[in-house]
Design a protein. Structure first.
Length: 83
């Protein structure tokens, strides 16, 4: 399973989706109000455990976490910085 698929699977379990609503790689999770602050905490724990990264408080911004594509880019930056 790809990184994107893992994140999408997690989000589909966490998000408050209406019938027929789907999340794709560019869906805005917070601006579209699909996730709330409690889901954000779960998302951070998921990312840290799944991808062996540490999400710092200053990294919790839309640019890093609002879409799956943003998360994938953030994870890559974190891994590159730790290498």
């Amino acid at each position: 399973m790809s990184d994107a698929e893992q994140i999408l699977e997690f989000l589909h379990e966490e998000a408050d989706l209406d019938d027929g609503e789907v999340i794709d790689l560019d869906t805005s999770l917070f601006r579209d109000q699909l996730l709330d602050s409690m889901n954000l905490t779960s998302l951070i724990v998921f990312l840290e455990e799944t991808f062996a990264i540490k999400v710092r408080p200053m990294d919790i911004v839309y640019e890093n976490l609002d879409t799956v594509n943003h998360m994938l880019a953030y994870i890559e930056r974190k891994k590159a910085a730790d290498a």
